[in-house]
Ligand binder design. Structure first.
Ligand code: ADP
Length: 173
């Protein structure tokens, strides 16, 4: 099961996978960070499509085509804004990973790549977020068999290191 998980450092928009996950906002109408990069790489058709999705609640996920991206689909999920940890942020973040994986499994997709949801402008403490990411994905893969490959795509060094720590810890348990 852990053999299905890979960690890379780079730009998620360049990955040739069945789906990449977008750390979007509730409007699904684009933003900064990875959201902006995905919309730029996918082209204006993505925004036009997202207008038809009527937004997305925090912790949920919606799927669109990838348009000009090498990935076939984009799964848009909305992470929690960090507010100190006492506002259900951990459960919402875990839900983002679960709901995204569910969308991928429902479409029969085999490979999916995640950015570090909520670890940018949404301010989630990076190590805590990466621990949740690794634990939630591992739990899902233990039950769901159609997915063959889950890639964690770290953009910056801090996230890359935190994901390595989380994966190492996970193997020990
Ligand atoms: P959020 O609003 O959920 O915090 P951000 O886009 O601000 O989302 O940041 C989420 C993570 O995505 C951050 O770790 C950021 O460094 C990373 N990121 C930004 N651009 C890219 C990219 N092109 N590919 C992969 N990750 C990216």
């Amino acid at each position: 099961m852990s053999g299905k998980i890979t960690l890379i450092q780079g730009d998620i928009t360049e990955l040739q996978v069945d789906a990449i996950v977008n750390a979007a906002n509730n409007s699904l109408l684009g933003g900064g960070g990875v959201d902006g990069a995905i919309h730029r790489a996918a082209g204006p058709e993505l925004l036009a499509y997202c207008r038809t999705l009527n937004g997305c609640d925090t912790g949920k996920a919606k799927i669109s085509p990838g348009f000009k991206l090498p990935a076939d689909y984009v799964i848009h999920t909305v992470g929690p804004v960090w507010q100190g940890g006492g506002h259900g942020e951990a459960e919402q973040l875990a839900s983002c990973y679960r709901e995204s994986l569910k969308q991928a499994a429902e479409k029969g997709l085999k490979s999916i790549a995640f950015p570090a949801i909520s670890c940018g402008v949404y301010g989630y403490p990076v190590q805590q977020a990466c621990d949740i990411a690794v634990n939630t994905v591992s739990q899902f893969l233990a039950q769901e068999s159609s997915l063959r490959k889950v890639i964690f795509c770290a953009f910056d060094n801090a996230v890359h290191q935190a994901l390595m720590n989380a994966l190492d810890n996970h193997k020990l348990h």
